[in-house]
Design a protein around this ligand. Structure first.
Ligand code: HEC
Length: 166
């Protein structure tokens, strides 16, 4: 049995921040005993237009990991499509090469101190606000970028659902 992870945009359900990973059996069980545990997701209201199916289980795992890492470490200052404390992060993988992003997240002060032109400009444009350094691995930062890349612009909240494939 393989595992298919489907990301469903559910902005209309106002479930911002909810991430749940449930096997298909969960839904079957829930249909018999409705609504005593956790939120019930009405499947007919889920937007199919923003469904994203990762190419591999590895990509799916990266997105799930990135989702949790982003919410725990970055969401207080960043959003994908809106400037918050820091810049919006949509298309960051197109603006900057991955090694730069990794160095920046691990220690932006060091990147700025090295005289990196882009980093210095960004820092100055953001009122010289210092982004904290994160003890995240290259893989963890890549997971965050994998998550950013699949966020639909039209549906701000995303629900991650894992279903067992037949
Ligand atoms: C306390 C606020 C804060 C947190 C938390 C934070 N950042 Fe930042 N980030 C900033 C600011 C402010 C900037 C703009 C540059 C500066 O002022 O140093 C920035 C810039 C960036 C940039 C460059 C953006 C661009 O347009 O080139 C990236 C990439 C980034 N942050 C990623 C992250 C990631 C990933 C996390 C979580 C692991 C994170 N940030 C957590 C405040 C924050």
């Amino acid at each position: 049995m393989g595992l298919i992870i489907i990301l469903l945009g559910v902005g209309t359900l106002s479930m911002a921040g909810l991430v749940s990973i449930m096997p298909a059996e969960f839904y079957e069980a829930e249909e018999q005993q409705p609504a005593d545990e956790g939120p019930v997701i009405p499947r007919d209201r889920v937007s199919v237009a923003s469904t994203y199916i990762p190419a591999s289980t590895a990509e799916a795992a990266a997105i799930i990991s990135g989702d949790a890492l982003f919410k725990a470490n970055c969401a207080q200052c960043h959003s994908v499509y809106q400037q918050v404390v820091g810049p919006k992060l949509a298309d960051i993988d197109k603006r900057r090469p991955m090694p730069w992003i990794v160095s920046w997240v691990q220690n932006s002060a060091k990147v700025i101190a090295s005289g990196d032109e882009y980093g210095v400009k960004l820092y100055n444009e953001n009122g010289k606000q210092q982004m904290p350094s994160f003890g995240l691995s290259r893989k963890e930062i890549e997971d965050i970028i994998a998550w950013i890349k699949v966020q639909p612009e039209s549906a701000p909240a995303i629900h991650i659902e894992a279903v067992a494939a037949n």
